[in-house]
Design a protein around this ligand. Sequence first.
Ligand SMILES: Cc1cc2nc3c(=O)[nH]c(=O)nc-3n(C[C@H](O)[C@H](O)[C@H](O)COP(=O)(O)OP(=O)(O)OC[C@H]3O[C@@H](n4cnc5c(N)ncnc54)[C@H](O)[C@@H]3O)c2cc1C
Length: 384
Amino acid sequence: MELLTEDIVPEYAREAKREARTFAAEHIAPNAEEFFRTGAYPWEVLEAGQEANLVAQDISEEYGGRGFDVVQMLAIAEEFYRADAGIALTLQLASFGAEMLETYGTEEQKEAYLRPLAEGEAITGLAVSEPETGSDLTSMTTTAERDGDEYVLNGEKYWIGNGVEADWVTVYAKTADTGDRYMDYSLFLVPTDADGYHADHIPEKMGMRASKQAHVVLDDCRVPAENLVGSEGGGFMMLAEFFNYGRVVVGGHGLGLAAAALEEAWDFVHEREGFGRQVADFQAVQHGLADMRLEFEAARALNYRAAKKVRDYENPGLWAAMAKTKSTETAVDCAQQGMQFHGGRSILSDRRIARVYRDCRIPVVYEGANEIQRNLIYRQSREE
Ligand SMILES: Cc1cc2nc3c(=O)[nH]c(=O)nc-3n(C[C@H](O)[C@H](O)[C@H](O)COP(=O)(O)OP(=O)(O)OC[C@H]3O[C@@H](n4cnc5c(N)ncnc54)[C@H](O)[C@@H]3O)c2cc1C
């Protein structure tokens, strides 16, 4: 059964999808179990992805990338996440947030920070969440104060992908108290070897174990004033716009995971026997598989529709939130059903279905918990 078909993918995005599939089969899927078990950082796979020009390639050709748009990034994401979500997250986080630098950065910033990502010589991360605040972007407490020709950053960030491994990260910090909480935050390029930047890995995770997150402490961390991205006070707006793009791609995380769950469940019940027949011969099981397929196809249709809406700036916030919510929850539902169909074997930790079941808990939370997405869906539907 072919689930991640090309028919729904616009023609111009199919080549990227094919490349991603070939790469995933050669480099991601064969390493999935080992990196999940060890929780090691998959440097070799990341380097292979950089060499294959499949990492950080949404950066434009002008700065050394391939200029993939959101539809192409979605097509790559579903292939990578089908093969393994933990390794896939590491590959995609290598340029997480750099899209904002490309849109709002200066020429000097882009040459110094963006080009090395596209050329596979550096990796980055996006530092927004904090130990005490995740969903509420207007309650972050990390500050950046102007001091002459520098900014001084103080505070803590949590969950920061590549916070230890990255060469630099984009930090979201409070720069003012204007009374308009949407205008109080700014973004800064912070090299991870800057004085006052300290990062440690967070405790081991139960899912997506091949990706690494950090607890970052900024202790009088000084960066040149020219490391401000865009204008002071524009951080929230830049982030909100970036999340429209990011959420469509996170929908792809869900689609890849849902496809993996359905494939695993399908194969298992067609091989397993009970009561003198194949488990798949029971109508209850067939209905379960049919429901998985129905939800998967509905989610995928919505997700590609949303990708085009975001690409074309047609009410992007609404469509991105709907795609992210539907696809990531479809992954949870498919994994749940897939586990049940595996019987006792579902809980053997080297099984792909058990990995998918744990991994799929994450995309329903990151890039904005799905409750936040529902708030956006309601609010933006009302405004339509
Ligand atoms: C594996 C992983 C990788 C991550 N990578 C990064 C990264 O690279 N950079 C980064 O900055 N962050 C990252 N995050 C953090 C992620 O974005 C946050 O976990 C997420 O935004 C939720 O924040 P929180 O965990 O603090 O939950 P909280 O904000 O404390 O929310 C907890 C729960 O409360 C409920 N809730 C909260 N607010 C509302 C509301 N308004 N309405 C209804 N219900 C609500 C929801 O059920 C929510 O899940 C990552 C997280 C994970 C798990």
